[in-house]
Structures are given as C-alpha cells and as structure tokens.
Ligand binder design. Sequence first.
Ligand SMILES: Cc1cc2nc3c(=O)[nH]c(=O)nc-3n(C[C@H](O)[C@H](O)[C@H](O)COP(=O)(O)O)c2cc1C
Length: 390
Amino acid sequence: MDRRNFIRLAGGGVIAAAAAAPIAGCSISSAYPAAAVEAWNGPGAETDPRKRAVAYAITAPNPHNLQPWLVDLREPNVITLYTDRERVLPHTDPYGRQILIGHGAFLELLVMALAGQGLAAHVALWPQGELGASLKDWDRRPIARITLQPGGTRDPLFAHVLNRHTPKSDFDTTRPVSADTLRALKAGMARDGIQAAGTVDAAALGPLRELCWQSAKVELLTPRTVMESVHLTRVGPGEILEHRDGISLNSPFIRAVDAVGMFDRKNPPAEGSEAYKTMMTRFEGHSRTAMGFVWLTGRNRRADQVNAGRAYVRLQLQATALGVGMHPMSQALQEFAEMAPHYERAHQLMLGRPAPKTADDETVQMFCRLGYTAVPAPATPRRPLRAFVV
Ligand SMILES: Cc1cc2nc3c(=O)[nH]c(=O)nc-3n(C[C@H](O)[C@H](O)[C@H](O)COP(=O)(O)O)c2cc1C
C-alpha cells in the first residue's frame, strides 16, 4: 500500500488520503496555517514600542498554549499585565502556579523586547496585592505594573526569541546530551531565588523517565484532567485558525480520524481506541526518549512562581542557542489529589526532600526533558496581538 495515499484507521480500516483532505477541508500538509503562526514573524510594521514589545512577549511558553495574558496600555509609559481568568486550568493547575509561570515568561520577553528598543522597564509585581491562593479566588487585580523610561540593555538571548519552540516529539536516543551542554544550559540561569539543576547521567535517567511516564498515566487516566486537554485540542486547519491556542493537531492521520467522527471530544479516550493508543504512545515515547533532564527549584510564593517563569524562558532561549531540545513534562508537578504520590517522588528525586507543605518550602517549579529531535520543532499558534490588548 502506498503510505502517502492511505491513512490507516483503528480496527484496520483505511481512508484514502486524497479523500480525507477534502473532508478535512484543506490540503494534506501538517504545517499549521500561516495566519495562525504569524506572531513568529515579529511585530512587523507596528510602530508603538509597547505593542512591539507585547508582540514578542506573546510568543512566551505557557501551559497548554492558553496564552492567558491581557495588557492594559491606556496609561502612557505603563503596561499593566492581567490574567485572562477564562484561560486557566482548574483541574491540573488548581492554584494557578503554572499559569503564573507562563506570566513570568511573558514578562521576561516583554522586558527584553523593551530593552531592545532602548526602554528600561521597572516591573512591580502585585501592585494591588497578590492574587488569591486558589484559582477560584482570583479577581481582577493585576499581576504586574511595568513602568518605562529611556535606557535598558540589549539582552543576548533576545536574538533567539522568534526561534524558540518547544519540541513535543520523541528525542533521538542515539544522540546523548553532553555534560558540557548541560553546564552551558544552566550557566547564569539562577535568578531571584530560582536555581537550575539537572542530569545527563545515564544511571539517573531511568527513575526520572519512569516518573514522567507514571505521572503522565495519572493525568491521562483521570477523566477530569484528561478532559481538560481534550477540550483544548484543536484538530485541522479550520479549528487551529479559529482558536489559535491550545493543543494543535494537524497531521493527516488525526484529521482523517476526526473527519470520520472517531475522535470523541465529549468523553475521555476509550481504552483500546485509536485516540487512546495514540495518546499513550505519545507520552510513553516522550518519557522514554528523554536524554537528560533539567529542573528549576525555588520557594513557592506567588513572586517565586513568576520568577520561575522568567528563569524558565531564559533557560529555553539558552537551549535554543545551544541547539538542544527542552520540553517540560509537568505532570508530576501537578497539584491534584491523584497526583500526590508522584508530586512527592518528584521532590524526593530532584531535591532529596519531601514535597512542599508551605509556600516557604523548596519546590520543583519546572521539570523538563532534554534531547535532540530529527526535525526542528514547529512554531505553535498564537492569537493576534489585538486579542491581548485591553
Ligand atoms: C508552566 C508550563 C508547563 C508546561 N508543561 C508542559 C507539559 O507538561 N507538556 C508539554 O508538552 N508542554 C508543556 N509546556 C510547554 C507548552 O505546552 C508550550 O510552551 C506551549 O504549547 C507553546 O508552545 P511553544 O513553547 O513552542 O511556543 C509547559 C509550559 C509552561 C510554561
């Protein structure tokens, strides 16, 4: 059978790809539609320096690509950053810790992009007080007020912002990550109470790979947590263009499965189904092909979470500069009841101490696998700049 022309389905059926393409409403390419990824061309002809900076900042890494940022530009020389409270993950991130890491990453890119235009940014976190301890208590208080004045020093990592992409595919197990690469990656990444550590030691990889896979199974087999991802899954060019966020899937195979109604969006993937097998194989592959790990730790106050995000994006930009792939595997760090044993194990493995009980305890804030991919990771969609500006 010509693999270019046929797509194999669950139960041994096949769909002719030529027939699947019109069903899915477009060409058979798995590339994301150009408009969905236009953010990666930079701010283009935009002349307002604050909007230009925001255009870079929206490329920040963030959980489930929810892009939960809103900026208020009504006050001259000020950018006020808010969370879009519709864009959070109540089941896998009930305290909003990961969402705030995504805000930290946004802030870091914003500050870099302003400096690149000769503007120094003073960042004041929580100008009206911290957000509540749980997502459900969050109100309209801003995360940060950024005041601008002439100055700023160009950051060498800024050159990599538009090339930074998270590799969400298996790594090449014939290419180890060297200790020198890990050292270069971590160099200079400690900031404001956040430390970077990691390993590429073959003996240490086994337990950490196992942690990834066992914790992934908990997220995938717990109905309310897997459904959080299913609801954010965008299949095919039409949905990807409509939303420009979430988990974008555009391979001919998944589009064909969706087009014939075999991708259920209302229920967790049923055991044995093609969607179930694809999901499990994907996470097991990611876990087992980790060729190294890097993690960020610090205390767990709201400001630490934001600072972890600032450190995280710097680390990933450094990984981009070094040409090594860095991919968060956050399942073991998720704070829902069923995950508690893995949360504990993650802290034992990485910090040699129990999971935190208070905001002053050392906490693993980010946990990422390292390795090299066969093909470069693609740029993921972003919503248009205007969607972020109040
Ligand atoms: C706090 C945080 C947690 C993340 N956890 C995961 C994860 O568990 N699995 C994953 O594939 N990506 C994870 N990511 C990466 C995001 O999925 C990614 O940044 C987003 O999809 C946008 O893609 P990009 O980084 O290539 O621009 C995480 C990112 C952040 C900031």
